[in-house]
Structure formats: C-alpha cells, structure tokens
Design a protein around this ligand. Structure first.
Ligand code: GUN
Length: 291
C-alpha cells in the first residue's frame, strides 16, 4: 500500500508558519487579502468563504466582495482598480469561473501583477516560464503540489520523469513549468493524448488535473510512483443514502493506492494546500509592499 500524503497536515504547518510570520511583522504591515466572488456557484461560494476565513485566521485583513451575477465587466474592472490602489490590500483574488458575459482574461490582466496572488497575470506567468520563480507569484495549486512532491522526492527531481495530465492555465501548464524548474523530465498529457495509460505508466511522478472522476486507474501507475491528485469531483454516493454525494479525485484511489509509492487522498490532499499557498503568497505580497 502506498504512503498517504497528508496534505491537511502539511497545509496546517504552512498556515502556522504564515500566521507566526504575520504576527511578527504586525507592527509594520498587516497583510490584506481581497476576494471577489461573482454569482452563486455553490462550489465557488465554498472556496471563497474558506479563503476569506483562513486569511482571518492567519491574522490578515480580509475582505470578501460578493457581487451579483448580473454585474457588468466595467463594474468589476472598477472594483479591481479600486483594490489595486488600496494600500491596505496586498493580494486580490477573483474566483473563477466568471459568468460568460465577462471576459475573464481582461479581468485577470487588470489585477496589478504585484497583487496577483493567484499568479495568473502574464507578468507572473512569464516569470515562471522563464525560471524567474523567486520574484513571481506562482499559482497556488501547483505550488502546493510541488511542496507535497518535495516531501516524498526532495526538491531536486533530476532523472525523474513527471507526467502532468491536464493542460489548464491554472494547474497543468504552471505545474509543468515548476516540475521542469526542479529538473524533472516533463510530459504534459491531456484528453487528446494517444495511449494515455501508456504515457502515464512511464511516470515517476503523476499529477492528475483533468477534472474527470476516477479516470486514472491503478494499472496506469508505475509501481512506486508518486501520485498527486488535483481533481475535486462530486459523484453520486447511493451507499450513503438516496441523493447523497461524495468527493473523489481524478485518480481511482482504491486501485492506484495499491501500486503507487505515495498518493494524495481526496479530500485532504491537494485541496488544503491551495488555500495555504494563497496565504503564503499574500504574506509575500505584503512583505514586498512593505519593502
Ligand atoms: N477556480 C478554481 N481554482 C481557482 C484558483 O486557484 N483561483 C481562482 N481565482 N479561481 C479558481
């Protein structure tokens, strides 16, 4: 059986460090995080509420802006502009996805790169892609995945092959860049990849971020591989009662955990790390602003 990587515990360690650091600089600067939620998507509501709550628990100044679905792009851009110019705010997070009538790209690029704690602005994407990682904001989920991989494999992944399944801007692409910066030999696979099971089977490190429940099976996994499951999918769970659901990852945990060397559970793996890294990025933004 694989080692279960306890993301909840690692995230708690990071949050404790961030909280202590924030307390130590409270006389100079109080990190400020503004979250923006547009509309009433239930999953987004849960994510944003936990980000705002965690920011408060870290001792940050935390402001949540909840806007109706009908808000115009101009109104949203005006709010972003106001937050860009608010000295009490060091990090701005616009929860995605946004409603279809809003151009997400335009909103993300309107966020000051210095307050872009999601790491989605072209400046931060470019820095990550060119290896300027120390001065970039790195997207929270892939940054959290790297810390979990570090726990199992160490920081230097020389000689190891990594397969990232999924090519999103939020996870897949930045994940591939981080693995490359750590000297792994990286493949990005996705829904159009031929012989996907065979490709995944080459990997010493698998990062699954496709958004398809339990797609990656145990017989796709190289024995001893490190498996990082980014997926959060809600599926029916009739065994829990009629109409009940449960969360599963993109990896079929039961079969994969019999083959892998180490694997993240869902929930309790990558999810808590994403929020912890957002706190770390917000603290970094505040420290940079305070000089
Ligand atoms: N939606 C899903 N993941 C994320 C994330 O990491 N940041 C934001 N802003 N929205 C998301």
């Amino acid at each position: 059986m694989a080692e279960i990587i306890d993301g909840k515990a690692v995230a708690a360690e990071i949050v404790a460090k961030v909280t202590a650091h924030a307390a130590s600089i409270a006389g100079t600067v109080v990190p400020g995080l503004a979250t923006i939620l547009v509309g009433e998507d239930p999953a987004s509501q849960v994510y944003v509420a936990s980000k705002s709550r965690m920011a408060k628990e870290c001792g940050f100044h935390s402001v949540q802006h909840t806007l109706p679905r009908e808000i115009t792009q101009a109104e949203l851009l005006a709010l972003v502009d106001r937050l860009n110019n608010d000295p009490a705010i060091h990090g701005i997070l616009v929860q995605l996805p946004l409603p279809d009538h809003i151009d997400s790209g335009a909103v993300i690029q309107a966020i000051s790169p210095d307050k872009d704690v999601d790491g989605f602005h072209f400046i931060n994407v470019g820095k990550l892609g060119t290896g300027e990682i120390d001065s970039a904001f790195v997207p929270c989920t892939p940054a959290g995945c790297m810390l979990l991989i570090d726990r199992v494999r160490g920081r230097d992944l020389s000689g190891l092959s990594a397969v990232v399944v999924g090519r999103s801007n939020i996870v897949g692409k930045p994940m591939a860049n981080l693995l490359l910066a750590a000297n792994a030999t990286v493949t990005i696979a996705h829904s159009r990849t031929a012989n996907l099971p065979e490709v995944v089977r080459q990997a010493d490190i698998v990062v699954a971020a496709v958004g398809r429940p339990q797609m990656i099976k145990g017989d796709w996994i190289k024995p001893g591989a490190t498996v990082i499951d980014v997926g959060i999918n809600r599926i029916p769970a009739p065994e829990k009662g009629e109409g009940k659901t449960r969360l599963v990852g993109d990896v079929d945990f039961n079969s994969a955990s019999k083959v892998a060397g180490a694997i993240t559970p869902v929930p309790g793996g990558v999810g808590p790390m994403t929020i912890a890294m957002l706190m770390a990025n917000t603290l970094t933004a505040a420290c940079r602003a305070a000089g």
